[in-house]
Design a protein around this ligand. Sequence first.
Ligand code: ADP
Ligand code: MG
Length: 247
Amino acid sequence: MTNGQSVYSSSREPVVQLESVERVYHLAGEDIRAINGVTLDIWPGRMTAIVGRSGSGKTTLLNLIAGLDAPTQGTVRVLGRDMGQMSEQERLSLRLHHIGFIFQSFGLMPLLSASENVGVPLRMRKLDVHEREQRVAEALAWVGLTERAHHRPYELSGGEQQRVAIARALAADPALVLADEPTGQLDTRTGRRILDLLRRMVAERGVTLVIATHDPQVMAEADVIHELRDGRLVETRVKQGVAFPAR
Ligand code: ADP
Ligand code: MG
């Protein structure tokens, strides 16, 4: 259903399109259907949650969207491009330029300062030092950590480490950010703050955010919820007032 008041036009293309996607793992002679026939679209500028209990396939689905893993069957289109038709180099480039990642355990390099951590993906893109420093400073300021730029992860709280990870994901100005249980290691209050920052990332920076989670706070905040059970999409719930074009 489309909603006339929405700022998002239903004519815009989905950022992610999954078509009959399967991912089967072969383990000790057994087939594990981690993703079992999932078809869904992820629309721009929204917070989408992928929910389901542990083992339901959330991380596998994010890895497929990121092109870090390939489906056994079906197609994954990201930003209009069929990942299965791209070379490894093209997928890497797509990730570096357009996709940010946020993890449950933050994924920071322990020996690097906050600003150096934020700069890692920009170094991989070989941006010149001035542009890199500018983007790093801007991203750290945006998450409110300018004062912590020279601290290493062990000198930061869990919430601060996750803010560094958010700054790192944002520094490249990505269209799509994938977050795997980003509040999973945080207490409820800190998780709330991180969630507010993620919400602002969607609202202020126009990012399309996909969060794998089973945190009720995150589910309450999400615009769209896709629920997985044993690798199958069992339900899609859309928050009232959010435009979600039918397929
Ligand atoms: P979630 O993130 O929802 O906890 P996962 O995507 O990690 O779920 O896992 C989905 C299913 O796939 C689980 O049964 C898990 O054991 C299995 N699985 C995940 N990764 C692998 C792998 N590399 N090899 C074999 N089985 C895997
Ligand atoms: Mg997982």
